[in-house]
Design a protein around this ligand. Sequence first.
Ligand code: AMP
Ligand code: ZN
Length: 112
Amino acid sequence: MDCLFCKIVAGEIPSKKLFEDEQILAFYDIQPQAPVHFLVIPKEHIASAQDLKAEHGALLGHIFETISHLCDQLGCENGYRVVTNVGEDGGQSVHHLHFHVLAQRSLAWPPG
Ligand code: AMP
Ligand code: ZN
């Protein structure tokens, strides 16, 4: 499948990895929008949050627990934002589910 993040999972495209296990991968965003900006993805190809089912509950719990651990390690005690963009209006450019984690600056709300 011609999917950028599946290629990162397969090691065909390099990434700056923060964490990896059999289910998920966390790596730094190539175009950071904050001093800390990383992505967490399932290794399984899921196109977006729109495709999530109840059976993905444990996977999502694992993703959020990993985000919490990584934010502890990276010194994000002042807070952070977790974002998943869905579809065209959501601004999704890579169609493999990913959670952006942004930290270490004050983030505006509402987003643009
Ligand atoms: P989205 O626009 O929500 O689909 O987010 C896709 C994100 O992937 C963007 O923030 C890009 O900067 C990031 N990105 C694209 N290519 C790479 C890559 N090769 N390594 C790391 N991040 C990437
Ligand atoms: Zn994929």
